[in-house]
Design a protein around this ligand. Structure first.
Ligand SMILES: CC(C)(COP(=O)(O)OP(=O)(O)OC[C@H]1O[C@@H](n2cnc3c(N)ncnc32)[C@H](O)[C@@H]1OP(=O)(O)O)[C@@H](O)C(=O)NCCC(=O)NCCS
Length: 185
């Protein structure tokens, strides 16, 4: 497994491995239609959350297709507030990021701060060449995270998905390692 040293600390956050004690908080926000609105599946049941937290807690990052999902905590206020994920995509040096926050944790810049840390892990720790984020065109909050991170809007795939009874247009934001390095200077 590539070397992923946890926890990762940012100015205000701690990103750490999921643990069993995160289940109730995870279910608290993933059971909400508000959270699931722009995610492919429906709001998650308690059992689905158990499976997901178990998978995240035991993540392996050995090969293409693997995910690292990190629990987000505010440093001076322990307790799960969301998660940030990095997927190792097929191809050479390709990754994908994603994020979710509990409603009470939104509006503070935490998703952007956590995503910045996982981009740093991807580009500097794991030597990814390109990292993208795929989102529903209507997910303005998520697009704003991408924009704040300095990711480029690369593609718009009209009616790429059908979920929650309607067609969804996917937009793809991306960043290259060279762009990350230029941004970091
Ligand atoms: C996508 C999601 C994580 C974005 O959350 P968010 O709180 O809007 O994003 P951030 O945490 O980066 O916070 C940004 C907001 O905090 C504000 N903010 C306040 N203090 C701040 C600070 N110190 N630094 C940066 N921003 C700050 C920003 O101005 C911005 O507010 P605005 O939206 O009114 O412009 C959230 O909407 C979510 O969990 N959605 C459901 C799941 C989902 O759709 N995931 C994405 C699938 S692709």
């Amino acid at each position: 497994m590539p070397d992923i040293r946890l926890p990762i600390r940012t100015d205000r956050l701690v990103l750490r491995r999921f643990e069993a004690g995160d289940l109730d908080a995870f279910h608290g926000y993933h059971s909400l239609p508000l959270t699931a609105r722009f995610l492919p599946g429906p709001a998650k049941s308690y059992t689905q959350c158990m499976e997901r937290v178990g998978k995240y807690a035991n993540f392996a990052f050995d090969r293409e297709g693997d995910w690292v999902a990190l629990a987000i905590e505010v440093a001076d206020s322990p307790g799960l507030i969301g998660e940030v994920v990095l997927k190792w995509l097929p191809g050479h040096g390709q990754g994908e990021v994603g994020w979710s926050l509990a409603p009470g944790a939104r509006g503070h810049g935490y998703a952007t701060e956590a995503a910045e840390a996982i981009l740093k892990l991807g580009f500097e720790g794991l030597s990814f060449h390109r990292i993208d984020a795929k989102l529903d065109e209507q997910n303005a909050a998520s697009a704003a995270v991408c924009e704040r991170l300095g990711m480029r809007l690369e593609a718009k795939l009209v009616d790429k998905w059908r979920y929650k009874g309607e067609w969804a247009t996917e937009v793809v934001y991306a960043m290259l390692r060279d762009e990350w390095n230029a941004r970091a200077q």
